[in-house]
Design a protein around this ligand. Structure first.
Ligand code: AHN
Ligand code: ZN
Length: 328
């Protein structure tokens, strides 16, 4: 009898402790460590890369660009996001003007605790790093340098619909990132850095909302043998986010892809977000320590095609993002 009373008291105390430990008014008492993180499907992401690339290079002004914009909008809508197109006029380094758009998809916009995921979706109009100079004026298929980040985001969005996390997420696909002065150009004398990242520059001046805890930029997240080092500006502007994401990679089992070492500083879409929109944002971008330009063998070449994507790299990045989102 005494023993039974003891167990009942223990049970009541345990229940009280458990219900007090719940997160911010939620009744969910699952400790962080035992949260079920969904499985990222690299095959789904791979299929999205093939779909995007099948339109052709998504250079501004092309039919492929418009068709791919519609595909991206539909994919995020199918995942239950609220989708908007942010249209803008972009002026390239040579004075050429194009209409383009950032594509914005919001998962549960009513939530005020939010994370921003972003990537560029345009293709570079010039394969100016191709080993064959005859290709330097041809557009890039951009499987890695464009489609990969979007594909990972679409797969993350699909999983959010299946299993709701505690946090809201916005996905922003930036246009005109790869508009920067080509290496063969001899006539340009202005600020080279300002000619890149036109879509994110525009978005940072006109954000659809800016109340994000932090942002994560995905750039070239599907290369064979890619490893990700801690990029310099990410560390300067958002060191705690770097730590959070690298810890999440370790917890998800991908510390071999996310190397605990410093990378170089890259001019990329995270800079306007940090400097203009004031959103602490990191860049997940490969660093190949033994290569001249460090972005991998297909960068700005005709070989940036779906065959040269490694699903294992997509998986490492996608699973790490899910770890961040579901343990938030
Ligand atoms: C520069 O080469 C200055 N920035 C690299 C940003 C980039 C280009 N990411 C993808 N393509
Ligand atoms: Zn590029």
């Amino acid at each position: 009898m005494k023993r039974i009373a003891y167990w009942i008291i223990c049970g009541v105390v345990a229940c009280c402790l458990a219900s007090c430990g719940g997160k911010k008014g939620s009744s969910d008492t699952t400790p962080k460590d035992s949260v079920q993180v969904p499985e990222f499907s690299a095959d789904s992401a791979m299929a999205s890369i093939s779909t995007q690339c099948a339109f052709g290079p998504r250079t501004l002004g092309s039919q492929a660009h418009e068709e791919c914009a519609q595909y991206i909008e539909n994919a995020f809508r199918a995942a239950g996001c609220e989708v908007q197109r942010q249209e803008a006029d972009f002026t390239f380094y040579n004075g050429q003007r194009y209409k383009g758009c950032n594509i914005i998809a919001s998962y549960r916009p009513e939530l005020t605790e939010r994370i921003l995921l972003c990537s560029h979706w345009d293709s570079r109009p010039w394969a100016d790093n191709d080993p064959d100079p005859a290709n330097h004026h041809k557009p890039v298929t951009a499987a890695n340098d464009g489609a990969s980040g979007v594909a990972v985001m679409i797969e993350v969005a699909r999983l959010l619909k299946e299993q709701a996390p505690q946090v809201g997420v916005d996905f922003v696909c930036f246009d005109a990132e790869d508009a920067g002065v080509p290496e063969w150009e001899t006539a340009f004398s202005g600020d080279d850095q300002a000619t890149w990242c036109l879509g994110s520059q525009y978005w940072a001046e006109h954000p659809h909302r800016a109340d994000f805890r932090f942002g994560i930029l995905l750039d070239m997240v599907g290369g064979k043998g890619a490893t990700f080092y801690k990029e310099l500006f990410s560390q300067r502007y958002a060191s705690s986010v770097v730590a959070l994401v690298w810890d999440a990679a370790k917890d998800a089992g991908y510390s071999s892809a996310f190397v605990d070492e410093d990378g170089g500083g890259i001019t990329d879409d995270h800079l306007p977000l940090n400097r203009v929109a004031d959103i602490p944002t990191i860049d997940i971008i490969p660093y190949y320590p033994n290569m001249e330009h460090s972005f991998g063998p297909t960068w700005h070449t005709m070989n940036d095609t779906p065959e040269n994507i490694d699903p294992n790299t997509l998986k490492a990045v996608g699973q790490t993002l899910l770890q961040v989102i579901y343990t938030y």
